[in-house]
Design a protein around this ligand. Structure first.
Ligand SMILES: Nc1ncnc2c1ncn2[C@@H]1O[C@H](COP(=O)(O)OP(=O)(O)OP(=O)(O)O)[C@@H](O)[C@H]1O
Ligand SMILES: [Mg+2]
Length: 314
């Protein structure tokens, strides 16, 4: 996974004086599922639309398999497919007609186009809606039509902007599987989301974007390790955790006693838990139960974007 699929190089995008994307640089490798995670207005969609050549950078560049969105837009457009955050019907009234048009634009012949459109529509449960007007479709169904475009296209680079917002939970899981299949078939995938569960379930690496800047980048595990004292060890003892016990435990991290329960906030929780068990045994303290909890992606997000991780330990 070393070939560079997308290189975002000092990308700046301004709308008037407002800086929506503020000097972002990052690399996405061929074949990975990469997530852009950030709160509303952080610049995710603007970044994606720049990769897809809908917007031109104010400065900087994006290279897609070596081709610049600034100087080689046509080549980039051939490689990129995007499911927009806000589904676009492009003046076409009905889902089937839109998808058939799209299939032809991305290179299918008449017969092939009808076949792939039918297959994908049936697969996503859209076939029964094929001849409805867009205004008659629910928000989630419109979103599925938008995703169907990319599944039909099977582009080298597939971009999904909040793919499952508005989609019900069963369909969500199905769409995630479909996006993973697309990766297995060779597409590089970029997903923008502010749904932590989606990010955790889908993305191999994530960039956390905040106010137009990249705040952190890495695998989920790396991002979780980024949070100081992010792991919580929860201990239940056979007896009340007195000061002596709390003193022993405070050698390992920040400690909070709650009767015969103790919470200890540490780094590398799985390793520290073993040391804690040893130390308590040596002091004759009986442990009933021990549990290690890593930070959630929410915790990481709060930490990295400057909100408090856990009020009780500050
Ligand atoms: N065409 C535009 N004209 C002016 N401002 C814009 C335009 N598009 C986006 N912005 C502004 O740029 C900022 C980033 O918007 P963007 O849509 O990229 O955020 P986002 O991270 O995708 O947010 P969300 O999670 O709500 O989709 C916002 O403050 C937005 O109001
Ligand atoms: Mg957006």
């Amino acid at each position: 996974m070393t070939e560079k699929a997308i290189e975002i190089i000092n990308l700046v995008k301004k709308f008037g004086n407002f800086v929506a994307v503020d000097n972002i640089s990052l690399t996405i490798y061929s074949g990975e599922i990469f997530g852009l995670l950030g709160p509303n207005g952080s610049g995710k969609t603007t970044t994606l639309l720049t990769i897809a050549t809908v917007y031109k950078p104010t400065s900087g560049d994006v290279r897609v398999y070596g081709y610049s969105v600034v100087s080689d837009g046509d080549k980039v457009r051939k490689m990129v497919g995007i499911a927009f955050q806000e589904p676009k019907a492009l003046g076409i009234d009905k889902p089937y007609d839109l998808l058939l048009w799209h299939a032809k634009v991305v290179g299918y012949s008449g017969e092939e186009a009808r076949k792939v459109v039918k297959d994908v529509m049936e697969d996503l449960g859209l076939w029964e809606h094929r001849n409805k007007y867009f205004y008659q479709l629910s928000g989630g169904t419109r979103k599925k039509v938008e995703i169907a475009k990319v599944l039909i296209q099977k582009p080298k680079v597939a971009i999904f902007d909040e793919p499952t917002a508005q989609v019900d939970v069963v369909s969500k899981h199905y769409l995630w599987d479909k996006i993973k299949e697309l990766k297995e078939e060779g597409s590089t995938i970029i997903i923008a989301t502010n749904d932590m569960f989606e990010a955790e379930r889908m993305c191999e690496r994530i960039a956390i974007i905040y106010k137009g800047k990249v705040k952190a980048i890495g695998t989920i595990k790396e991002l979780k390790d980024f949070v100081p004292l992010g792991d919580t060890i929860e201990l239940e003892l056979a007896s009340y955790a007195d000061q002596h016990v709390l003193d022993i435990l405070s050698r390992f991290g920040k400690v909070r006693g709650l009767g015969n329960k103790v919470l200890i906030y540490v780094n590398r929780g799985e390793e520290v838990a073993i040391d804690i068990i040893d130390a308590l045994r040596r002091s004759g303290v009986k442990i009933v139960r021990i549990m290690v909890k890593e930070p959630s992606l929410d915790d990481v997000f709060f930490y990295i974007t400057g909100a408090k991780l856990k009020e009780e330990i500050s």
